[in-house]
Design a protein around this ligand. Structure first.
Ligand SMILES: [Zn+2]
Length: 173
């Protein structure tokens, strides 16, 4: 697989595009303040809002990406592209080593949201990678040709609680 990332991840004037879809790039101050605000004001509904927004945007973005690369056909190649895309966007490292159409486990040893949360607010008492959970659910729905909401992604261990890595469990909803 040979993706021209500077072409895929392009700036046109003041706008930024990923695979021809307009995107917003924010630093950890914005992203983690947004999460903190949503959790503080809405509680579990705020976390769910982040999860669902992330799931919808990764579903739309990855669908668009794959439509432009019909040569990427196998599940293995699509998972590799998803992981590379996550990394290229500065979101972190994500490993789809134990995943299939019925779900499985996904591991992230480093992420933007973990680093940002720990820098701004310190250790959490509970897992907090809501964006990553939704992002994983969205790309897996595309890769396995399912609808949004088909997969449910929970976080079993989280580096925000100072676990060794973030461990996500994927099940069929
Ligand atoms: Zn986490």
């Amino acid at each position: 697989m040979n993706i021209n990332w500077p072409e895929k991840f392009a700036r046109k004037g003041h706008e930024l595009f990923l695979s021809e879809l307009p995107i917003a790039l924010h630093c950890h101050h914005y992203n983690l303040n947004l999460q903190k605000t949503l959790e503080t004001s809405l509680g579990a509904d705020g976390a769910l809002l982040l999860y669902q927004a992330s799931e919808e945007s990764s579903y739309a973005g990855f669908t668009s990406f794959l439509m432009q690369h019909p040569e990427i056909k196998t599940i293995k190649s699509k998972l590799e592209l998803a992981s590379t895309s996550y990394q290229y966007c500065g979101l972190g490292i994500i490993k789809f080593n134990h995943i299939g159409p019925e779900g499985g486990m996904v591991v992230s040893p480093h992420s933007h949201h973990v680093t940002g949360w720990l820098a701004k607010y310190g250790r959490r008492a509970s897992p907090g990678c809501f964006f990553s959970r939704g992002w994983i659910a969205g790309v897996l729905a595309v890769i396995y040709d399912k609808h949004i909401g088909y997969f449910l992604v929970d976080e079993r261990e989280c580096k925000m609680t100072v676990a060794k890595e973030c461990v996500f469990e994927v099940t069929v909803a």
